[in-house]
Design a protein around this ligand. Sequence first.
Ligand SMILES: [Zn+2]
Length: 118
Amino acid sequence: MDLTRKQLREMQTLLEELKVSLSDLLAKTEVGSQPVKLKDNAGRLSRMDEMHNQSILIANRTVIKNRLIQVGLAQQRIEDGSYGYCTRCDEPIAMLRLQASPEAPRCIQCQSLTEVDA
Ligand SMILES: [Zn+2]
């Protein structure tokens, strides 16, 4: 099934919105990812907590950055007309999947196959 012009426009809008909100999220978490500052009165445990929270934040930022890259690639695929087809098996990606994650480069079957080394 080919995507209709209307569906493509819908995906373009979704991708653009996703790009804006992901960039926004990155900007908002910028300050939090600075190196941990030692507080005079901070005990050993709370410092560990802080470092732990920070490592989660950095991991999330990595996820967000990777997603932004995927969004950009999806926008390129819209440009060159290959959008909506799995980059691995060339089968159409289910519309429901695209609506849930418009940047998805692979169909659900291929995604589950490649999840381990993604
Ligand atoms: Zn596939």
